[in-house]
Design a protein around this ligand. Structure first.
Ligand code: NAP
Length: 340
């Protein structure tokens, strides 16, 4: 494959998540890692050495602006802290870069609207990095729903949690308004996955309750999204529970479960389903690297002018539900989601 068929990527930050994304960019068939920037001296070079030691031609920049001024770079991956996502996504767009921004893309719907306007103006593609959606297990689940096997989807339960270790406490060391806490970290997955099986419905309202710690961050939350006509999605996430990343769907004729939403490359993906008619099945799917599939998808969209699987409308809707859930926690009320 020659270089014209590979998208030229830069990484805007020496974040821990590069452990997954950096090898994914290197491995992706249609992508090339060209540069990485960090505001901390030595951090970009150290990250490269750790996660992609064989990549000796990668340019190191000591400022994100310098990377964005490199005209040879076509796309950037933004793994900065949550509260910096919107600002750097906008700056990158204004420099004409396509942007894959880590979840959550922004902390307000207004920020995503500004990103959308800028992306249209500069004719670039922008996508929120919900990597899990690129694992084929979710496509298989959609196929099963569409086949009618479990009937009409009536109820969803999505659960995401892990027990917070000291090394990860930087994720809860600030306020929710500053992008810290469980909602912005893993709650965004729980809400995203809870919305997934209701792909033909629009959320009408949300109610939630949460536990907070001294820093102002939330560490545990439960909530319900109302999709109307008795269709509800229950989400449950936190840092005080054993590890879970799953969702379960109940239809009028049966049920379906994704057992490991965060299935990594070496983890066997398992989904199971049952029907009122007495059928039961556990499907073991092929191993897949959702990080690499995410990068290949994004590169394909840019190189071949396709629409990304995760739209900005989806990012806005997820953010709208999150913001309403946070508001519901504060007010102890059920919050309506205004039509956009
Ligand atoms: N998709 C996934 O599976 C997944 C998993 C985990 C996290 N995430 C998301 O990825 C993003 C990054 O998360 P992360 O946990 O990897 O963040 P992180 O390590 O805290 O890094 C975030 C940014 O903070 C700066 N930084 C890193 N270490 C630092 C330190 N010791 N002192 C001061 N600054 C430091 C870096 O920017 P500079 O290099 O410019 O200083 C870095 O880009 C978040 O938005 C998170 O939600 C996604």
């Amino acid at each position: 494959m020659n270089n014209n068929t590979k998208l030229r990527w830069g990484i805007l930050g020496a974040a821990r998540i590069n452990q997954q994304l950096m090898p994914a960019i290197v491995e992706a068939k249609n992508s090339e890692l060209v540069a990485i920037a960090s505001r901390r001296p030595g951090a970009a070079a150290e990250t490269l050495k750790k996660y992609a030691p064989e990549e000796t031609n990668v340019q190191i920049y000591d400022q994100p602006e310098a990377l964005l001024n490199d005209e040879s770079i076509q796309a950037v991956y933004i793994p900065l802290a949550n509260k910096e996502h919107a600002q750097w996504t906008l700056t990158a767009i204004e420099k004409g870069k396509h942007v894959l921004c880590e979840k959550p893309m922004a902390l307000t719907v207004a920020d995503i609207e500004a990103i959308e306007t800028a992306a249209e103006k500069h004719k670039v593609i922008v996508m929120e990095g919900f990597m899990y959606r690129f694992h084929p297990q979710h496509q298989r689940i959609k196929e099963i729903i569409d086949s009618g096997l479990i009937g009409e989807v009536r109820s969803v339960r999505s659960c995401f949690s892990y027990l917070m270790q000291a090394a990860r406490e930087y994720r809860i060391d600030n306020t929710i308004e500053n992008g810290s806490g469980a909602m912005w970290d893993i709650g965004c997955y729980a809400i995203h996955a809870a919305r997934l099986p209701f792909y033909n419905d629009t959320p009408l309202s949300v109610s939630a309750m949460a536990k907070h710690i001294e820093t102002g961050a939330d560490i545990s939350c439960n909530g319900i999204i109302d999709f109307g006509d008795g269709k509800y999605a229950h989400f449950d996430f936190g840092f005080e529970h054993a590890r879970r990343a799953e969702y379960e769907i109940i239809g009028t004729k049966g049920g379906l479960k994704c057992h490991n939403v965060w299935a990594k490359q070496a983890e066997t993906p398992i989904i199971s389903w049952w029907t009122e008619a007495g059928q039961q099945c556990q499907e073991t799917l092929a191993l897949a690297n959702h990080f690499c599939l995410e990068i290949e998808h994004f590169s394909d969209c840019v190189l071949n002018q396709k629409k990304p699987a995760l739209s900005l409308d989806d990012a806005k809707m997820n953010c709208q539900v999150i913001v309403a859930a946070l508001e519901s926690v504060k007010s102890a009320k059920q919050l309506s989601l205004k039509e956009k």
